[in-house]
Write a protein that binds this ligand. Structure first.
Ligand code: SAH
Ligand code: SF4
Ligand code: F3S
Length: 437
């Protein structure tokens, strides 16, 4: 059997795509290996969101090419493959094939051609592609990602994703529910629905509210999560579905990007500071106690000290549980390249540092306030240190506690006993919680 070595970078969508790739090649007799030296096919599933993501992959390619023996195929897939296409073949002579996110159906065939000595790139965008008939091969465990939407129709001026992933399209609700039901009957209890603006999901008949209710009531499913929603797509129907579906977890990742309305306008985010705060308030009314995390970019062209102060004050005003923070990275072909008043590197670096400190301070305050409360956790495995178990609350807080190996994959109640500021220590309250349904 030919052996596949696959490395994945980027977002959860890429993790899910790698499961598709593994499944697609599995049908052609491939088995996976974790040792690149043993592989017949080496694939890197890449991300193009920021320049440093691409630099990391290029560095890694330099190492992986050492594992090429005669007949071994080295391929680049994913968003960076889509963005650079045939240019990647020129840039890295050891690369045999380049395939974008809509081309995985043809992967086995391109590999065969590469074996015969042909170097090829397939970066066609296929607006119909959902890989409906390709079975994803997932790691065993209670949690699964399920892609419900591909592509993006927003045009945020900094963002490469519309270029690398093409137009937005949604899977049919019935197909999603069938996949979730099959996962649940095989033991999955936590499902994360994926899409670039997942709450704009619409299959022509059903919207995201319908999808949440349908997936949330599949027998055996105890937790439903989704990522990433766009603030503009929280309709009253979606809010009601969240409020009325007990399996939908009390956590939303709600990318804000900036706290300044002027910057948001240049980013073409299609909401201003006030509208974002309105969405936060609506989410809190619908789901009391909901945890909110976000993405923030600093150093976007034209960002002034005042704009940045608005971002800092938004972090305080919302009280984010956590945030991913980035320095603006200019992406070739995106509209933001034409904006003037670039922010100098040292200024952006300084803002990033101050933002990270603010995020930590706010998160710590929230988390200290949670110590003493009790929560359901899904036990995910062993913690990295100390022989403890690690689990996650419905609000997505990571907790570590003592317990036997058999608890892994089950739901337990714990009381939070302390916090490092971001993660928690906890005390298990003994009884096992049954899976509903
Ligand atoms: N579809 C998601 C975001 C996907 S990209 C959404 O709209 O919410 C993940 C995050 O990367 C974004 O939220 C943004 O904060 C960041 N990002 C995207 N493009 C970037 C760029 N050019 N420079 C810096 N950060 C960027
Ligand atoms: Fe990029 Fe904006 Fe689409 Fe998110 S919504 S993927 S940030 S263009
Ligand atoms: Fe990166 Fe593509 Fe995801 S650019 S963030 S892997 S959609």
């Amino acid at each position: 059997m030919p052996r596949l070595y696959l490395e994945t970078y980027g977002c959860q969508m890429n993790v899910a795509d790698s499961e598709l790739i593994t499944g697609a090649l599995g049908r052609h007799g491939y088995e996976t290996t974790h040792d690149p030296g043993q592989a017949d096919v080496l694939l890197v599933n890449t991300c193009a969101i920021r320049d440093n993501a691409e630099q990391r992959v290029l560095g890694r390619m330099g190492e992986l090419k050492r594992h090429k023996r005669p007949g071994t195929v080295l391929g680049v897939v994913g968003c960076m493959a889509q963005r650079l296409g045939p240019r990647l073949l020129e840039r890295v002579p050891q690369v045999d094939l380049v395939i974008g996110p809509d081309g995985y159906r043809g992967l086995a065939e391109l590999i065969a051609r590469a074996r015969a000595g042909e170097r090829a790139a397939d970066v066609a965008l296929r607006g119909w592609e959902h890989y409906e008939d390709v079975p994803a091969e997932r790691a065993a465990g209670p949690s699964a990602f399920v892609t419900v939407q591909r592509g993006c129709d927003y045009r945020c001026t900094y963002c490469i994703v519309p270029t690398t992933r093409g137009p937005e399209r949604s899977r049919r609700l019935g197909d999603v529910v069938r996949e979730v039901a099959a996962l649940a009957s095989a033991g999955t209890t936590e499902v994360t629905l994926l899409g670039q603006t997942v709450n704009s999901y619409h299959d022509g008949v059903h919207d995201f509210a319908d999808l949440l209710r349908a997936v949330g009531t599949v027998s055996g499913v105890r937790r439903v999560r989704f990522t990433s929603p766009h603030p503009n797509d929280f309709s009253t129907r979606v809010l009601a579905a969240m409020a009325e579906t007990p399996t939908v977890c009390e956590h939303v990742h709600l990318p804000v990007q900036s706290g300044s309305s002027a910057v948001l306008k240049r980013m073409l985010r299609r909401y201003d500071r006030g509208a974002y705060l309105g969405v936060v308030a609506a989410l809190r009314r619908a789901v009391p106690g909901i945890a909110l995390t976000t993405d923030i970019i600093v150093g976007f062209p034209g960002e002034t000290d005042r704009d940045f102060a608005d971002t800092l004050s938004l972090v305080e005003a919302v009280g984010f549980d956590d945030a991913y923070t980035f320095r603006y990275s200019p992406r070739e072909g995106t509209p933001s390249l034409r904006l003037r008043d670039a922010v100098p590197d040292d200024v952006a670096r300084d803002r990033l540092e101050r933002l990270i400190a603010a995020v930590r301070r706010v998160a710590r305050r929230i988390n200290v306030g949670l110590v003493g409360s009790s929560h359901e956790v899904l036990v995910e495995g062993r913690a990295r240190r100390g022989g403890l178990l690690q689990g996650r609350t419905r609000s997505n807080k990571v907790t570590v506690f003592e317990g036997p190996e058999e608890w892994i994959g089950t739901y337990r109640r714990v009381r939070l006993t302390g916090t490092t500021g971001s993660t928690f220590t906890a005390w298990p309250l003994t009884r096992e919680l049954a899976v509903v349904g």
